[in-house]
Ligand binder design. Structure first.
Ligand code: FES
Length: 127
């Protein structure tokens, strides 16, 4: 069934807006700025997660309660928010400490790369 021209244009506009917003919020470790996370640790944090409990993973790297958010991003990195998640089952998990994972909040091994291992703790990694 063909989409009427106006509806198609509206859907395209909404999709484009959503994609732009996602790109602007995307966390990368490629450039240094207050919009980029800093390295909190060069290894993941092992945690025991409870089923159904709501967690807020620190995405900016400034929290003193790693790997969880303590609100530091509000001053140190206002363009970065914590990542909220709620595990469906209790489990042991390894949460990212370098803040460069491509699978947040979980470690994906990116911390083993040179751009993380050779960077200073608390710095913006340069990839
Ligand atoms: S600690 Fe960040 S990817 Fe492993």
């Amino acid at each position: 069934m063909p989409v009427p021209w106006r509806t198609g244009r509206l859907l395209s506009s909404v999709a484009g807006s959503f994609a732009r917003r996602l790109r602007s919020q995307r966390r990368t470790c490629s450039t240094a700025s207050t919009a980029q996370p800093v390295i909190a640790a060069k290894e993941p944090f092992r945690v025991d997660l409870e089923a159904g409990k709501r967690y807020a993973w620190c995405a900016c790297g400034h929290s003193k309660k790693q790997p969880f958010c303590d609100g530091s991003h509000k001053k140190a990195a206002p363009r970065i928010s914590s990542l909220k998640f709620k595990p469906e089952e209790a489990k042991e998990a390894w949460l990212c400490g370098c803040k460069c994972t491509r699978n947040p909040p979980y470690c994906d091994g990116t911390h083993k790369e040179d751009f993380v291992q050779k960077a200073e703790l608390g710095s913006h990694p340069q990839s």
